[in-house]
Write a protein that binds this ligand. Structure first.
Ligand SMILES: NC(=O)c1ccc[n+]([C@@H]2O[C@H](COP(=O)([O-])OP(=O)(O)OC[C@H]3O[C@@H](n4cnc5c(N)ncnc54)[C@H](OP(=O)(O)O)[C@@H]3O)[C@@H](O)[C@H]2O)c1
Length: 308
């Protein structure tokens, strides 16, 4: 089944479904990526330096036999590298075994102390996160623009940026971010932020589209009703709802049957859901179900509504 693509603000096409790889263990992710590309039709893989499994993701990409040019690969700059974007990117490229990325994102608008007590999650003696307070994210964005201009990445964007955080980089940005990757799903649709992104030409990508670990959103009654109505699975409705709204969906799975059904089911659900269905699904969170699943204790106020 063909996967619809969306267009980024620089003209690059992006497949609307991508395989997530966070918490995919090194021992599982190679097979999951190989299967997704070779057997299930995926052409988009979502990675990050901080996931610690990019070498194994790269092995899966090569094992699939699908040409690099047909695959859309995203990775993300980690917080301890905000002062040295190209170094983090080079490590990712080496780990994945490729010489360019299709999309590179700032993972969080949170620069972390590069010389702290841990290379990934540096902490202060009191246990709180060790923030690099002197560094401005607008300067991180300048370095993102530099690696884009060098041709090492085909598009640049951000992740976990609220309107407030985007307003910290946009006034001095030469290039508007192509993407903002966020926790977006039935219970955290962030309608206001979606409207803002649209007004700026920034494409939203939905992470944790099933509610993250153990997919708690599969219990949602409204999504389950639509699944029964259309003879689909609840996961299909959750994913198809996003795609129908023009949002890239990034479901993670290491289970072959789920990898395949998420892809086929999402495309089917996106084509079946009507405007009225979408309006009802849009009303689920404002109707009392609002919930975020991913909210690390960053210390910095990220400026999001409904941050727990
Ligand atoms: N930018 C960021 O800060 C950020 C943050 C979080 C996530 N992400 C990205 O977004 C991706 C997806 O988010 P996520 O991993 O948090 O969660 P998710 O995709 O919402 O859910 C993953 C969970 O759902 C299970 N699952 C998948 N398909 C299923 C199905 N059809 N039926 C039942 N269970 C199913 C998976 O289990 P199995 O794997 O065992 O099948 C896993 O436990 C990540 O992997 C990552 O690439 C980015």
């Amino acid at each position: 089944m063909a996967c619809p693509t969306f267009k980024l603000n620089n003209g690059v096409d992006i497949p609307s479904i991508g395989l997530g790889t966070w918490q995919s263990k090194p021992g599982e992710v190679t097979k999951a990526v190989e299967y997704a590309l070779k057997e299930a039709g995926y052409r988009h893989i979502d990675c990050a330096w901080a996931y610690g499994n990019e070498k194994e993701v790269g092995a899966g990409i090569r094992a699939s036999g699908v040409p690099r040019s047909e695959i859309f690969i995203t990775s993300k700059l980690w917080g301890t590298y905000h002062r040295k974007v190209e170094q983090c990117l080079d490590e990712t490229l080496a780990n994945l075994g490729t010489d360019y990325l299709d999309l590179y994102l700032i993972h969080w608008p949170v620069p972390l102390n590069p010389n702290g007590n841990d290379p990934v999650f540096p902490k202060l003696p009191d246990g709180t996160r060790d923030i690099d307070w002197e560094w401005k994210i607008s300067d991180t964005w300048k370095q993102m623009e530099a690696v884009y201009k060098k041709g090492k990445v085909k598009a640049i964007g951000v992740s976990n940026f609220s309107e407030k955080k985007l307003e910290e980089i946009l006034p001095t940005a030469e290039i508007v971010p192509a993407v903002n990757q966020l926790e977006i799903h039935l219970w955290n649709p962030q309608h206001k932020l979606m409207d803002y992104l649209k007004s700026k030409g920034i494409l939203p990508q939905a992470y944790s589209p099933l509610g993250s670990t153990n997919s708690p959103l599969l219990q949602d009654e409204t999504a389950t009703e639509y699944a029964q109505k259309y003879g689909l699975q609840t996961a299909d409705i959750l994913l198809g709802y996003l795609i129908a709204k023009g949002i890239v969906a990034l479901p993670k799975s290491v289970t072959p049957a789920r990898i395949k059904s998420n892809f086929d089911g999402a495309v089917r659900a996106a084509s079946k859901l009507t405007k009225e269905d979408i309006a009802k699904l849009d009303a689920v969170a404002p109707g009392g179900k609002q919930k975020r699943f991913i909210a690390p204790p960053w210390v910095i106020d990220l400026g999001f509504d409904n941050w727990p």
